[in-house]
Structure formats: structure tokens, C-alpha cells
Ligand binder design. Structure first.
Ligand SMILES: *Cc1c(COP(=O)(O)O)cnc(C)c1O
Length: 404
């Protein structure tokens, strides 16, 4: 028994955990024994990995590993301070310049994570007098940033541009800045936000337009430039957030926009001001990743080929991959809707035992009654791996009467 185990102060947390155990949604963290690869080992079991965001296989790409080690040898393991004190290294600036060129914008600022980029930016650019119009399925980091800003939050129905416009109309006479914000790709359903249409109505009402491209970076648009490029609405989106943690394979988030937006965030974004910058190895890794996006678009092609094949086969087998009572996926994010939370978690566990890793996702991450497993394809899965996963999914789903 450890020192703190019997103290009563936090006993209410144990009560909550016991409730999770009782309804079958308590989980243990699965521990990866080797690299984040299409076939790898979690807790000693070999699985086909359909759970990671490593869309392009960059998390363990030899060129990125080499860049990371070279930067560590040259510049050490840590940056030593927050950016504004002493922690801005040459390589941090080089990464920001690289991303800005890639995205064809004036400037870029890198944050420690995509979460920090969203929460730090929304809370920095808006205040009490302002309004935020936010898609109901936007990511938690946007919601938290909106709350931190203390602006008035108006939630529009998922991808409902007309509803967003209605809300903009209602507040048209009010003073205060207005921000329209959407995910570029929604992380639980895999559908694409109507960035072009929202940008057009934002323009009409003089609102700021912001998009969170965490799952679109490296996936949508030419060379993975994201949703703005996908829709061809360059110059219409004021704030573009991306992540370095998913397709880019390392860790971090970034904001792209005008020089003054970025300069302002240097002065006001709290994660930038109050939290230490990336180790040089991370910056170097990300620079190498963007070079690969520029030079090897065939990775993105393979990602989409795998996605079309896998989703087509799932539909043919009769799985509910969304599109009826949930949005239809348009990206490599592949939900298999189960409905009941316990059944979804049991399905995920049974798949794991049979060698397929797919994440069970339940309330509050998705609405009640829409529990699912979520699968994500990568460019590096082979057809043989996908076929084996499909066979396992069908067999286990039939046994569990998820497929009839
Ligand atoms: C993952 C994700 C984030 C957070 O990115 P991290 O770099 O992992 O912090 C933000 N927004 C969306 C939509 C995401 O899916």
C-alpha cells in the first residue's frame, strides 16, 4: 500500500471509476512495445494497427529519425526556456518559415501541441465582448479556447452553414468581433467541414474565419496542404491551425496567417508565453517531414488508395461505417458504428485479442447511442494487412452479432 492510498479526500474519484467499470467503459492504457507501425506489438500482442494518426508513416521514417538525431547532437535535447525568454532557437524559426512557405501564407507560429495552438489562439484573439460561432462537433481544444476567451459562444448544428448564418444575422448589430470556427476534418466521423461555404458567409458578415486542420494536414489538398487548399479558398481563411502530431509524425501544432496575426500571438498567446518550446529534435523532425510532403506526394496517394479499398470492402460486408444517423466519412478516418457503449468497447477488446487494434469510442467523446470503433488507414498498410484486418473484423462482428 502506498502512502496516499487510504486518504479519503479523493475517494469520489474512485466512485466514478467504479461506475465506469460497472458500465463496461473503463479502460487500461494499451502500451506499445515497439514502433508506431502498421503491424506492431501492444502489451506483447502483435496487431494490425488501425488506431494511430500516423497517416503517412512518418512517425518512424528514417530521414526524420536522422534529422532528429542530428539536431540533438548539434543543439542538445532541450530549448531551455519559453520562446519569449531565451528559448527561441534558429531551428524553431526555420520550421515556422518552412510551414509558412508550404501553406502559402505570410507567417506561422508553432505551439507545443495542436491543443495548445487552438486553445491558445482562440483565447488570445477574442475577449468578453466577442462572439464565437462554433460547429457542434468541433474539437475539445476549440471548446476550451472558446471558454477561456470568455467570448459568447454560439453553437451551430454540424456543418449547417444556414444555421451559422442565422446566428451571425442575430448578432449582426452587436459590437464585438465574430469568429466562425470549424474543424477541417472531424476527428470522430471523418467528414470534411464546409470550409469554403463558411468562409463565404464569414466574409459576408465581416467575421473572422478559422479552421482546425489537425486531421486534414498531410491528408487533404495538394501535397497535404489541408482543407483550405482542398476547397481552393486561399486568402479567405484568416486563421489556419494544423498539427505536427498526426500526419507529420512528431509533436506540435501551428497557426498560419498574416504577419500581424502571428506577431500578435507571439505577444499574447499564453502557451507561447508560458510554456517551454520544443526540443530542437522535434523542430528538425518536422522540417524533414514537410520536405517529404513536398517531394513524395505518392505517400498521400497510397493513403487514399488504401482508404477507398478498405471502406469499400467494409460497406460491401454490411458494416455501418456512418452516413445514416451519423455523418458519412470522406477521409481515412473510418468509424464502424455499433451504437451501444458496452458493445463497442467489447468489440474493440475482442478485435485486439484477434490481432486488430481499433479504438473503442463512447460518450462523451461521441453522442450517446453512437458508440463505435474508429479505424484509421495509413499509406503504409499493405493490401495483405488490410485483407487480414477485414477478415478479422467480419468474423468477430458476426460472432458478436454486430453484423448479422
Ligand atoms: C488531435 C486534434 C487536435 C490536437 O492536436 P495535438 O497536436 O494532438 O494536440 C486538435 N484538433 C483536432 C480536430 C484534433 O483531432
Amino acid at each position: 500500500m502506498t502512502e496516499t492510498a487510504r486518504r479519503p479526500q479523493l475517494a469520489y474519484l474512485t466512485t466514478v471509476l467504479n461506475e465506469l467499470r460497472a458500465n463496461g467503459t473503463h479502460f487500461k492504457l494499451r502500451v506499445l512495445d515497439d514502433q508506431q507501425a502498421p503491424v506492431c506489438h501492444y502489451d506483447g500482442r502483435e496487431v494490425i494497427n488501425l488506431a494511430s494518426n500516423n497517416y503517412l508513416g512518418l512517425a518512424n521514417h528514417p530521414k526524420l529519425v536522422e534529422a532528429s538525431m542530428a539536431a540533438t547532437r548539434a543543439f542538445g535535447v532541450g530549448s531551455g526556456a519559453v520562446r519569449t525568454i531565451a528559448g527561441t532557437m534558429r531551428i524553431h524559426m526555420q520550421l515556422e518559415e518552412k510551414i509558412a512557405r508550404f501553406k502559402n501564407v505570410e507567417a506561422c507560429v508553432v505551439f507545443q501541441s495542436g491543443f495548445a495552438a487552438n486553445a491558445g489562439t482562440v483565447s488570445a484573439i477574442l475577449g468578453k465582448e466577442d462572439f464565437i460561432l462554433s460547429d457542434e462537433l468541433n474539437h475539445a481544444s476549440i471548446i476550451d479556447g472558446a471558454r477561456l476567451s470568455r467570448a459568447k459562444i454560439k453553437v451551430f448544428r454540424h456543418k449547417d452553414v444556414a444555421h451559422c448564418e442565422e446566428l451571425l444575422k442575430e448578432i449582426a448589430d452587436q459590437p464585438g468581433h465574430k469568429l466562425v470556427i470549424t474543424d477541417g476534418v472531424f476527428s470522430m466521423d471523418g467528414d470534411i467541414g464546409p470550409v469554403d461555404k463558411l468562409a463565404a458567409i464569414a466574409e459576408k458578415y465581416g467575421a473572422i474565419m478559422m479552421v482546425d486542420d489537425a486531421h486534414a494536414s498531410g491528408v487533404l489538398g495538394r501535397n497535404g496542404r489541408g482543407s483550405v487548399d482542398h476547397f481552393g479558398c486561399h486568402g479567405k481563411v484568416d486563421v489556419q491551425v494544423g498539427t505536427l502530431s498526426k500526419a507529420i509524425g512528431a509533436l506540435g501544432g501551428y497557426v498560419c496567417g498574416s504577419k500581424d496575426l502571428i506577431d500578435y500571438l507571439y505577444h499574447r498567446a499564453r502557451p507561447f508565453l508560458f510554456s517551454t518550446s520544443h526540443p530542437p529534435s522535434v523542430a528538425a523532425t518536422c522540417i524533414a517531414a514537410f520536405t517529404i510532403l513536398e517531394k513524395e506526394p505518392e505517400r498521400i496517394e497510397r493513403l487514399w488508395t488504401n482508404t477507398r479499398y478498405f471502406q469499400g470492402e467494409l460497406k460491401r460486408t454490411g458494416f455501418n461505417v456512418g452516413g445514416v444517423n451519423t455523418p458519412a466519412t470522406e477521409t481515412p478516418i473510418t468509424p464502424i458504428i455499433v451504437g451501444d457503449a458496452r458493445a463497442a468497447m467489447d468489440f474493440s477488446r475482442a478485435l485486439f485479442d484477434e490481432g486488430v487494434l481499433g479504438t473503442g469510442i463512447v460518450f462523451p467523446t461521441v453522442p450517446e447511442g453512437k458508440a463505435r470503433i474508429r479505424l484509421i488507414l495509413t499509406s503504409e498498410h499493405t493490401k495483405a494487412q488490410l485483407d487480414q484486418a477485414l477478415e478479422t473484423l467480419e468474423r468477430v462482428a458476426k460472432r458478436m452479432e454486430i453484423l448479422r
